[in-house]
Design a protein around this ligand. Sequence first.
Ligand SMILES: NC(=O)c1ccc[n+]([C@@H]2O[C@H](COP(=O)([O-])OP(=O)(O)OC[C@H]3O[C@@H](n4cnc5c(N)ncnc54)[C@H](OP(=O)(O)O)[C@@H]3O)[C@@H](O)[C@H]2O)c1
Length: 328
Amino acid sequence: MTTMQAIEYRGAGGPEVLVETERPMPVPGPGEVLVKVAAFGLNRADVQQRRGVYPPPPGASDIPGLEVSGTIEALGEGVVSAAIGQRVCALLAGGGYAQYVTVPAGLVIEIPQDVDLVDAAGFMEVAGTVVSNLFLEAGLTAGSTVLLHGGAGGIGSMAIQLAAAAGAQVLVTASSEEKIAHCLALGAYAGINYREEDFAARTLELTDGAGVDVILDVVGAKYLAQNVRILATGGTLVVIGLQGGAKAELDLRALMTKRARVMGTTLRARPLDQKEEIVAAVRKHALPMLAQGTLDLSIDRRFPFTEARLAHEYFDSGNHTGKIIVKF
Ligand SMILES: NC(=O)c1ccc[n+]([C@@H]2O[C@H](COP(=O)([O-])OP(=O)(O)OC[C@H]3O[C@@H](n4cnc5c(N)ncnc54)[C@H](OP(=O)(O)O)[C@@H]3O)[C@@H](O)[C@H]2O)c1
């Protein structure tokens, strides 16, 4: 086989720009493996790329897709950590919306025996984002309090479970009672419907005025002032999404008084050594739960490859909880 099926974005815009296409089969380079893709997970970054506001980093495929599951089909030179036929999930900088993709061997994880191959497509990007930000960056530990904005989304659903399992008290924001119920079922201690309540006031109420040690924020500018207001002394605000804009005023006095930190991260464009470190942390913090069956991958819907546009439409609707998967 010299070609494969893939999906590309023809122009920028809505789901209509998703077009099925044929591309050359990728060939694994030294240190890489070739994965035959069983399914890929949708992420907000795919939508941003589709809209033309989040181009792939230099060197990455123009084919969208940051996470897949599948089986290893071939090994590049020097790969000893993986084997042909192994069921894996992979963290990608792009290229996941295709029948085959190449990826550095250090960025795949073997899927535990009892985990569904298709559903495992929704694991790597969210687990990598959550583990790197909550544990490696913000130093979340047992007894910490954490506020997760967008608690019912793909990132939020994973973050609730990993933070709760680590012994943190988890508060979430979400836009409806149904979404809050989803978060509570996954282990959140309390949910705040931000459409009906002032999330900052409610967070202070729930923490007896102390505020929270860690905030994982997907909103950005619109929430900055309130987020800083509800950070506990020594707290960390990690901004990972800008759904509410990128530019806002920061009250440095409040930050100094609280000895607090505000930081931002992205996962996709990180150098390989950092991504390998993150994947190693995923093995430590999330994989054991996946293997034991105590981590719910929170798959909302699975669409066939031929309906990838519908999957994007559903993502755009904002009605989903957890992850959306597209399978071959
Ligand atoms: N920096 C990184 O490395 C990185 C990596 C992965 C993802 N991300 C970011 O993380 C965020 C979540 O990604 P995802 O894949 O989990 O997407 P998702 O499943 O669509 O979840 C996003 C959640 O954000 C909430 N939301 C949307 N607009 C909002 C607003 N204006 N105010 C408050 N909440 C809002 C939505 O819940 P409600 O309906 O409850 O509002 C939704 O559940 C995205 O912004 C994405 O870009 C960043």
